[in-house]
Design a protein around this ligand. Sequence first.
Ligand code: TPP
Length: 544
Amino acid sequence: MATMTGAQALVRSLAREGVEVVFGLPGVQIMHIFDALHGEPGIRLVTVRHEQATTYMADGYARTTGKVGVGLVVPGPGALNAAAGLGTAYATSSPVLLISGQMESYALGARRGALHEIEDQLDIFRPITKWCARVLQVEEIPVALHQAMRHLRTGRPRPVELEIPWDVLPSSAEVELPEAEVFPKQGPDPSEIREASELLAHARRPIIWAGGGTMAADASQELVELATSLNAPVITTHQAKGIIPDDHPRSLGTFYYGHGPGYRAMPQADVILAVGSRLHLAPRVSWAFQRHQKLIHIDADPDELGKNWPTQVAIAADARPGLQALLAELGGRTVSEWTQGEIAAIKDEAYREVKGMAPLQVEVIETLRRELDDDAIVVSGTTDIGYWSHLAFPVLKPRSYLTTSYFATLGYEFPTAIGAKIGNPNRQVVATCGDGGFMYGIPDLATAVQEGVNVVALVFNNSAFGASLADQRSRFEGRVYGTRLHNPDFARLAESFGARGVRLSGPAELADALRSGLRSDGPVVIEVPMPVLDPPFQIPPRHQ
Ligand SMILES: Cc1ncc(C[n+]2csc(CCOP(=O)(O)OP(=O)(O)O)c2C)c(N)n1
């Protein structure tokens, strides 16, 4: 027990729980937390320029390191600004903690129009968090933070939010700080593993379908081992890209809007083992998922089991212990008929198709792969190159390819990349941005300069909200309205921030610019002119 203020109790608890970085933006209700951080050498405070960046950066940091990402904002407008990032973290099952201030206790519920008042802020966070709470006593702060960490580190990782009224932060009390805990992961039910193993052991055409839950569980090694011993190809969602190297002989790449090698392989499957995936596509791709196939579904979130597609065996477990148990139970048994030649042929043919559909985009993506290290982190933006990267960019390591999952958050990519680089200073980090999306994150170019963060933003400039324009072309008889954009000179804009800016005349110049950009000390913006092209979801899949 020790006497300390609420702000000290919070910051010491964060340090005790292993938090090393906080992404924050100050304001009167949280200044005591800033002051307590000033006295805490183990935590780096990164001050951002727009609250959206607190949660985007925390998410980028969290998903690339596996550690908890922490944001710190004022209530009301600050909390609302941070909400799109928290929603993205919810969609991507990312362990982000948002600490938001609160009005003074006496103002809660009084509806007097106190500074930054929102009547019940927790109601705003409920749909985009796994757990959220308000703490009203100093002594409760470490306990609440420990509880937040338990939610972040057990089951399906999803964001949490904690709010503390302004007056609680400078108050003092006798406080006990709980020890940080390593929480055990949820293991599977052995009888379900036996049932699943029997199905897999007798499957002639088993396919493994890996979703983002495999990444959150760091189950790469187990997944690759199982694919090898079962002789089963692996299809990933874009969230799980890199869980098996895309160039692995058993990888069948990424299935995205009916494109990718998966659509050729899935109809052949007799048993599908889905791990850490919502299977949200299943009801929409009848040529891929078929009723006669047997589905084994492992997921840390029991709510997902059987929700989108009927399962034969539903296993509520974290992906890693789930796969470990399957490996042990199978003991190498398999009658799988897949040959590596078949898998390679399916993959080659699908790649040729993708190249035929998007030659310019694939040329850019191939340049990226050639120039980047194997463990480089690519934050794949909500932009044309980002969507085609799901299909054409080979990801070689886990936790090195970020998407927004179903949230499709325009503008997340650049701040998310800054957070990723702060968590991984020795890895290359590139964000692929559209001109529309990049403009959301421009304020935090200043943060990247201030913090000396070498992130390369590739801004593919088609002077349009391109996907929306393509939508107008296809669904509204070509009536283009409200989707063309006037843009700044991105290179000069970057220079004015003290960053490096380069304007290319075309994608052919990308390799050199990228190479030198990755060697810079600070952020680099490379503007690449592009025409408006069709994203994959505007092109009907061949099997429709
Ligand atoms: C926060 C948010 N607002 C709006 C959208 C809808 N939206 C999806 S893509 C897009 C256009 C993106 O334009 P740009 O960033 O220039 O990339 P491009 O499509 O041109 O490659 C829009 C407006 C969204 N996904 N997210």
